[in-house]
Design a protein around this ligand. Structure first.
Ligand code: CUA
Length: 190
């Protein structure tokens, strides 16, 4: 090799490759920064967060007693004025099929599944979670306006998946409290 031969990393081709590589590295870092910003914005702005605790329950004994026995499902007014809605999703329906909640009230949904994974999604709200056999899913919500929300199962759970849905009916708080008077559990199933 003679002395006037440039080292390999100093050839014009190597310098060009170097520049292009550096440019792409910058682009990749910018793309990652955008993704992180979007995830952070969605998480903070929509208050989306993982469940704070894990509650387990025997999926084969739900109907025998305890919190998710059929007579305990539906909406219950708590001593602090909030409302807890308990539900079960199974192949291929939700119980209760129509859940009723008041406006302007902290609502806690508690639900589980006795068979396979189902989806618990209330359209038009940020409520979107999975019902996993063996676990209790808890999710909070608040409804400002009266109306009805469709609740399709959004996890493929078998041949009847597409026909698995429920609805949430939001009614005026005063009307709800009148309905709830003297009733331990409330639903809008006719
Ligand atoms: Cu239940 Cu899909």
């Amino acid at each position: 090799m003679s002395d006037d031969t440039p080292a390999l990393h100093e050839t014009p081709g190597a310098r060009l490759a170097d520049r292009i590589e550096r440019r792409w590295a910058t682009v990749v870092i910018l793309i990652m920064a955008v993704f992180i910003a979007v995830a952070a914005f969605a998480g903070i702005h929509q208050a989306a967060m993982p469940q704070a605790r894990v509650e387990t329950i025997s999926p084969t004994r739900l109907h025998l007693g305890g919190e998710f026995v059929e007579t305990n499902l539906g909406s219950a007014v708590e001593p602090d004025g909030s409302v807890t809605v308990r539900a079960v999703g199974q192949q291929y329906s939700f119980t209760p099929q129509c859940m009723i909640v008041p406006t302007d009230t902290p609502i806690t949904f508690r639900a589980t599944s006795p068979d396979v994974i189902h989806g618990f999604l209330i359209q038009g709200t940020t409520v979107n979670t999975m019902l996993v056999p063996g676990y209790v899913s808890t999710i909070s919500a608040r409804f400002d306006e009266t109306g009805e929300h469709f609740m399709p199962c959004q996890e493929f759970c078998g041949v009847g998946h597409e026909g698995m849905w429920a609805k949430v009916k939001v009614i005026d708080r005063t009307e709800f409290l009148n309905m709830a008077d003297g009733k331990p559990r409330l639903s809008c199933v006719e």
